[in-house]
Design a protein around this ligand. Structure first.
Ligand SMILES: [Zn+2]
Length: 100
């Protein structure tokens, strides 16, 4: 199962192993505080950079769908190709943005 990074407003960062299909945590398992999911290490697709927000997986999926539609690109081709390299390139920038 993939590990997800979370940031609790009270406790700080922690990791949690979750199934891909599991919902993102909303509450900290330690203190019940509000948590935000950070960049996942090895899961699915997360679009980052200008025009993309990684606050919510469903938002991201919707964006991927609309992106596909707009560009008339086959979904699998998009997943296998440009998006991955695009995500990789923008990962450092996004990490900085999240931790700022
Ligand atoms: Zn906490």
């Amino acid at each position: 199962m993939p590990m997800y990074d979370y940031k609790c407003e009270n406790c700080g960062r922690f990791e949690k192993e979750q199934r891909i299909t599991e919902e993102a945590l909303q509450e900290c398992p330690e203190c019940g505080g509000k948590v935000h999911r950070l960049i996942s290490k090895n899961v699915g697709i997360i679009l980052k950079g200008p025009g993309f927000y990684n606050t919510d997986n469903n938002v991201i999926k919707d964006r991927v769908r609309s992106l596909n539609k707009d560009r008339q690109v086959d979904n699998q081709a998009l997943l296998d190709g440009d998006v991955k390299s695009y995500v990789k390139e923008s990962e450092n920038t996004t990490h900085k943005a999240l931790e700022a």
